[in-house]
Design a protein around this ligand. Structure first.
Ligand code: ADP
Ligand code: MG
Length: 148
């Protein structure tokens, strides 16, 4: 499906829609240039599932983890199985030896959704994406976003 958003808020709302269709255990590849909206999408995704933590770009940390708070009461039973989100960013990741230390295989759990920026660099050796979201920077605040 192809979408057009005109603000960061619209991209977050689109991420929230996708979040509602997942059940846990998925690997979501976020593909697109710098500034295209991948981290913004991750912010919308995490807050839609009920984490109060602020999503920061994992560009320097490679991996950030968000626990889902349940006090909001998620009505969809499938979503309520998602207990954590792992947000990865391989943009600055250059050491293939460090990849083993990340133990990505252990992050792929039925209670976890993995969101990965620049997955084509390293994560593709470990995971095949269940969903690929491609972001294209258009004029101004417009973004063309394809979910496959
Ligand atoms: P990336 O992670 O792909 O490098 P970010 O999400 O960090 O990109 O940055 C996107 C920037 O563009 C943010 O400053 C965001 O507020 C801005 N922005 C403007 N319009 C949009 C839009 N339609 N969708 C997403 N971000 C947008
Ligand atoms: Mg980013």
């Amino acid at each position: 499906m192809k979408y057009t958003t005109h603000s960061a808020e619209e991209t977050k709302a689109l991420a929230a829609e996708l979040a509602r269709t997942l059940t846990g255990g998925e690997f979501v590849a976020l593909v697109g240039d710098l500034g295209a909206g991948k981290t913004t999408f991750a912010q919308g995704f995490v807050s839609a599932l009920g984490s109060s933590s602020r999503v920061k770009s994992p560009t320097f940390t490679v991996m950030n983890e968000y626990k889902i708070d349940r006090q909001g009461g998620v009505s969809n039973p499938a979503i309520s199985r998602i207990a954590r989100i792992v947000h990865l960013d391989f943009y600055r990741f250059s050491d293939e030896k460090e990849l083993g230390a990340l133990e990505l295989e252990n992050e792929k759990r039925p209670d976890t959704v993995i969101l990965a920026e620049w997955p084509n660099i390293f994560a593709k050796d470990v995971f095949k994406p269940d969903v690929t979201v491609t972001f294209k920077h258009a004029e101004g605040d417009t973004r063309e976003i394809e979910v496959l």
